[in-house]
Design a protein around this ligand. Structure first.
Ligand SMILES: *Cc1c(COP(=O)(O)O)cnc(C)c1O
Length: 360
């Protein structure tokens, strides 16, 4: 009988994969750390394999390195396969892994829209990978062709954020699709604010696009910023690479337990979102009527970007009133802009009252 050697098989798989040619050589050949929990998976009477202290259960035990129980729950809620889920210490870990898995320092580059979330550039800089910025249009809309034109044969990833931070708007889906379709590297779509948005998640498109990574987080709508849990969704091939490179026990026992509990309260999250959307509308309506406000930008997120005559002065004034907003005055295309997170009713009232009194 004709048998293919393992080496030939591996080469065939490599030839078929769209991902493999994008991965750093050292990561392809990496033999990942194998922890005790990887080597034995069933139930046992005595666990004497990991040098743990046998006392102080359950905190004495190392956590599940792949967080299967949590992932199965998330996958059920999102309607995808658990093998397509990566969990990280915030989205920041999932962002950093784009660089560590795909980008050869001082050789490869990534392209991102500008302005956008600051962590993409910080991660690029830490990993010594060139970061190419492509300005959004003046109305914060996306010109896909300009993004594609900025890419070359060393571009491993394109970062899109929708709804975008700090501009608050959704990027046009057709434009995004041009990139997801036309770009041969990894497209990252950061959906940190998707729960506040009127458009569906790109998660529904995951099966069609093996080079797509969708980022979501427990930090915003789920109300768990202090817990640090971010999600990346992608093809199993990409998730396998992430798992190979991540720290073995990147999500601790406390986080895994707490998030499992929180996931049972999907209704509470939906209530929070609808409350915040109501408050968002109230903020927009009131801010739009103020003389001092020049522009309130459309938002699909849990914050509002507004342009005022003197952002620095308004920012400092609000600080004296013990109200902290984000001054985005020096950010590309955001001259004169403040980014205001939607708070609870009393907080929003404080803000609106203070602004009414400004110059009064
Ligand atoms: C807030 C935010 C996140 C969340 O980051 P975590 O590390 O998960 O807290 C991710 N992306 C964007 C664009 C954000 O604004």
């Amino acid at each position: 009988m004709f048998m293919l050697s393992n080496r030939i098989l591996t080469q065939i798989i490599i030839a078929v994969s769209e991902i493999t040619p994008l991965v750093r050589q050292n990561i392809l050949s990496l033999k990942p750390y194998s922890c005790a929990r990887d080597e034995f998976k069933g139930e046992a009477e005595a666990y004497l394999d990991a040098n743990e202290n046998p006392l102080n259960y359950p905190y004495n035990r190392y956590p599940d390195p792949l967080q299967w129980t949590v992932k199965e729950r998330i996958a059920a809620i999102k309607g995808i396969h658990p093998g397509q889920v990566f969990l990280g210490n915030g989205s920041d870990e999932a962002i950093d892994l784009v660089f560590r898995v795909f980008c050869e320092p001082r050789q490869d580059n990534v392209v991102a829209i500008d302005p956008t979330y600051g962590m993409y550039q910080v991660s690029a800089d830490i990993n010594d990978v060139e970061y190419r910025k492509v300005r959004l249009n003046a109305d914060y809309s996306l010109d896909a062709q300009r993004v594609l034109d900025a890419a070359d044969e060393n571009t491993k990833a394109i970062f899109l954020c929708s709804p975008n931070n700090p501009t608050a708007n959704l990027l046009n889906r057709k434009e995004m699709l041009k990139i997801v379709h036309g770009f041969k590297g990894i497209t990252v779509i950061d959906e940190a604010y998707i729960d506040f948005s009127s458009e569906p998640s790109w998660l529904n498109e995951l099966q069609k696009y093996p080079r797509l990574i969708v980022l979501q987080t427990f930090s915003k709508a789920w109300g768990l910023a202090g817990v640090r849990l971010g999600m990346a969704f992608a093809s199993e091939e990409i998730i396998d690479l992430y798992n190979k490179v991540k720290y073995p026990y990147n999500i601790n026992v406390l986080t895994q337990r707490l998030v499992l509990d929180e996931l049972e309260q999907v209704d509470r999250k939906a209530e929070w979102v609808s409350l915040l959307l109501k408050e968002r509308k109230r903020l927009i309506d009131s801010l739009s009527k103020m003389e001092m406000v020049q522009e309130v930008f459309p938002t699909d997120a849990n914050f509002v970007l507004v342009r005022v005559a003197d952002a620095n002065a308004v920012y400092r004034y609000l600080v004296t009133k013990s109200i902290i907003v984000r001054n985005r005055n020096t950010v590309t295309l955001c001259e004169g802009c403040l980014r205001i997170t939607v708070g609870v009713e009393t907080e929003n009232d404080l803000l609106l009252k203070a602004l009414e009194e400004y110059n009064a």
